[in-house]
Design a protein around this ligand. Structure first.
Ligand code: GLU
Length: 478
């Protein structure tokens, strides 16, 4: 990490070292003793496994991980990623980010992450299922999964289907466990999932950007106008997070001028129709040849196009010291985990770019996972008990207003007013509130501590303070 003179070489940091670097940068603003900082920073449990699977006529050894970064709150929580890039350092970094993310948005979990080193799109579905089930068995064997222990969720390369396999394997091994459905989140609706989980990370990114862009003085400092309306946006990645972010941000009046995918980017100055592009990509398995925009073969160069907001929503280390100087966006919103390296961050901050950090801006996924876990433990859908009661109550109230005023309220107005909250309404409202409150905490902290240089440092400091306080409350540290 450090050279002979003891100076940190930012360009050489591994992913987990870069998370530690951000942590160390924020620590002095938190008034936390060194021993406790060390305890917060370190990964608590690392489980690396290798197991065999039958693959056609051969047997292959699969490398997989589950890493629990912090047990200060239980259960631990975090997704499982399927990718050939998976290694211990990556999973450690992602698990640590989960801890800071959960603390920041008041989701009462420690952080964890899992990874399996496979290429999911190139693996036959039956083999994917075998691997997922075997991985779950390994977790059960070592007591690394359970509603009160460690609760996985989707991440890069996984989704509802994999979560359903995990749930089924867990339930088979733990029959009769009354809260068993809470052993994993991001499940399909038919398996006790929750409405709004699939798009939650993307929706959270948009709520966060809407809040960040609502402060006139902050926007003025960036040379931008207030609000999302009319902002020109570039999104990297049309996976779950990128797709929903791009789709939802358009509903706020933003114009998505470019989408960069692994095999090429599409650009249209007048704005792209995201659903149309998504369907094209699903159909052709590529964005190449898309007729309603200019296709750029060198996908990475699309990040350097002129825009207001750049949203990397794919993988880590996408903006590095190699391309940072050419980035023209005034706001970089880290929808992915770790997309900007520390060396790139220095360059961007010098240019006055606002970086909205991953531990805040992509926390919508785990927030709605928390709601799903609560639903599973309470064994009742949100809104089920009160929806009809609320509607009756509102109807009576309107009748009273009509009686007192002698005026009739129109049927449409009544309909709008009496509508009781459904599960999706409550989920989205809880998510919006979470994203707004957390942004205000970060912004306030930065304003109060004049020496805090950027939003990431403020976000880490707010998060470390909360974790410190829960250690103090346990009485472990004096
Ligand atoms: N994988 C997502 C993340 O990185 C969600 C984790 C969860 O829902 O537990 O935040």
């Amino acid at each position: 990490m450090a050279d002979k003179s003891g100076k940190l070489n930012l360009k050489e940091l591994s992913f987990s070292d870069s998370v530690s670097y951000y942590f160390d940068k924020a620590a002095p603003f938190t008034n936390t003793p060194k021993g406790l900082l060390d305890q917060i920073k370190v990964c608590n449990s690392i489980y690396k496994m290798n197991f065999p699977v039958k693959w056609g006529n051969e047997v292959r050894v699969i490398e997989a991980y589950r890493i629990q970064h912090s047990h200060h709150r239980m259960p631990t929580k975090g997704g499982i990623r399927y990718s050939l890039q998976v290694d211990q350092d990556e999973v450690m970094a992602l698990a640590a980010l989960m801890t800071y993310k959960c603390a920041l948005v008041d989701v009462p979990f420690g952080g964890a992450k899992g990874g399996i080193k496979i290429a999911p799109r190139k693996t036959p579905v039956e083999i994917l299922e075998t691997i997922t089930r075997r991985y779950t068995v390994e977790l059960v064997k070592k007591n690394f999964i359970g509603p009160g222990i460690d609760v996985p969720a989707p991440d890069y390369g996984t989704g509802e289907r994999e979560m359903a396999w995990i749930l089924d394997t867990y339930m088979t091994m733990r029959p009769g466990e009354i809260d068993g459905y809470g052993c994993v989140t991001g499940k399909p609706m038919s398996q006790n999932g929750i409405r709004g989980r699939t798009e939650a990370t993307g929706r959270g990114v948009v709520y966060a950007l809407n809040e960040a862009c609502s402060y006139e003085d902050d926007m003025k400092a960036l040379g931008l106008s207030k609000g999302l309306d009319g902002k020109r946006v570039i999104v990297q990645g049309l996976g779950n997070v990128g797709y929903h972010t791009a789709r939802i941000i358009r509903q706020y009046g933003a114009i998505v001028i470019a989408v960069a995918e692994a095999d090429g980017a599409v650009y249209n100055e007048n704005g792209l129709d995201i659903d149309d592009l998504y369907r094209y990509r699903q159909d052709k398995k590529s964005v190449r040849g898309y007729p309603k925009g200019k296709v750029i073969a060198d996908s990475a160069s699309a990040l350097e196009l002129d825009c207001d907001i750049l949203i990397p929503a794919a993988l880590e280390k996408q903006i590095t010291d190699k391309n940072a100087a050419r980035i023209k966006a005034r706001i970089v919103a880290e929808a992915a985990n770790g997309p900007v390296t520390p060396a790139a961050e220095q360059i961007l901050l010098k240019k006055g770019v606002m970086i909205i950090p991953d531990i805040y801006i992509n926390a919508g996924g785990v927030t709605v996972s928390y709601f799903e876990w609560l639903k599973n433990l309470s064994h009742v859908k949100f809104g089920r008990m009160q929806k009809r009661w609320e509607e009756k109550h509102q109807t009576n109230f309107i009748k009273l207003v009509e009686d007192l005023t002698g005026q009739k309220v129109s049927a449409k107005r009544i309909n709008d007013l009496i509508h009781g909250a459904k599960e999706i309404d409550l989920v989205n409202s809880g998510l919006e509130d979470t994203m707004i409150e957390a942004y205000r905490d970060i912004r306030e902290f930065k304003k109060r501590h004049k020496k805090v240089p950027d939003l990431r440092t403020a976000a880490f400091a707010v998060s470390i303070n909360k974790i410190r306080d829960s250690y103090y409350a346990m009485g472990i540290f004096p």
